[in-house]
Design a protein. Structure first.
Ligand SMILES: [Zn+2]
Length: 284
């Protein structure tokens, strides 16, 4: 889908306000068609800014931020050694729905390329591959909560949504010792309930502004082209490492972004101190 069409979708969602305009793909076999957030209150809409060049994140809430893992070696780091995204053209590559066994190949590639990514994992998959989750953090990547088994939150009660997120948080804490500070709701469905849960849990909500539709179009060339065409400074790029075609695209995505002058960072690095509980990010 083009950026323009996606923008129209977001505008439509905003116009509809409380109406929850969610398509109904079946869970994991058919990952989301949904674009960014579906705000459900006037307050949400007021807070939600559409992606735009130089635009800031969407915000409300208050609180701390996540720690950021180490960066790729480069000249424009901060005193802490992290890349300085106020000077660099930073983008965050995110990978959803795993881990699966072949996520290890993605980790191999990221290590070889010396770049870091952010994995939004499902609890049910993290339970099967706890070693991969530990490896993600050990190798400098960020890990976020993508629910337990990818349900459609708009169909669920607030308590059921909270259970999906809490169960995954608890598992990730058991595996890694740390509760994740980032949440990406399945299908990017954010409403007032999700924001309240995230705020109470001290977590930021991370959506995206670049969507190559890799879940639908299993075509590595197309996925590479779409990412490189739409990526801008501050972009949060949505991909799904569960698909072989997407995994095949990563090397060219990374090379192409770097050739265009981008620095790949984790979401915590990209957001820096703006990553606060209840905030919703489409890009930085
Ligand atoms: Zn997903």
């Amino acid at each position: 889908m083009s950026g323009g069409v996606r923008l129209v979708c977001v505008l439509a969602a905003v116009a509809v306000l409380g109406a929850i305009a969610a398509p109904v793909p079946s869970a994991l076999a058919q990952p989301p068609r949904t674009g960014p957030a579906t705000p459900s209150t006037a307050q949400d809409v007021a807070a939600l800014r559409l992606p735009s060049e130089g635009g800031a994140a969407v915000t409300d809430g208050k609180g701390g931020s996540d720690g950021a893992p180490g960066p790729k070696a480069g000249g424009k780091g901060t005193a802490t050694g992290h890349p300085d995204c106020s000077k660099l053209k930073c983008v965050a590559l995110t990978m959803d729905d795993g881990p699966v066994a072949n996520t290890s190949k993605v980790l191999d590639l990221l290590r070889k390329k010396k770049v870091h990514a952010t994995f939004f994992v499902l609890g049910q998959n993290a339970r099967l591959h706890p070693g991969l989750v530990r490896r993600m953090l050990a190798e400098g990547h960020a890990v976020g909560n993508h629910s337990w088994n990818h349900p459609q939150f708009w169909k669920m009660s607030r308590a059921a949504i909270a259970r999906q997120l809490d169960r995954t948080d608890a598992l990730l804490k058991r595996i890694t010792g740390k509760k994740p500070r980032l949440v990406r709701p399945p299908y990017g469905e954010v409403d007032a309930r999700v924001r309240r849960i995230a705020t109470a849990g001290g977590q930021s909500l991370v959506l995206w502004d670049v969507d190559p539709d890799d879940w639908r179009d299993h075509d590595a060339d197309l996925v590479v082209r779409r990412v490189l065409h739409h990526a801008r400074r501050g972009s949060i790029i949505l991909t799904h490492d569960v698909w072989p075609t997407t995994r095949h695209a990563y090397a060219r995505i990374i090379d192409g972004l770097e050739e265009r002058g981008f620095t790949l960072v984790t979401v915590p690095q990209l957001l820096g101190s703006k990553a606060k509980p209840g905030r919703v990010f489409l890009r930085q």
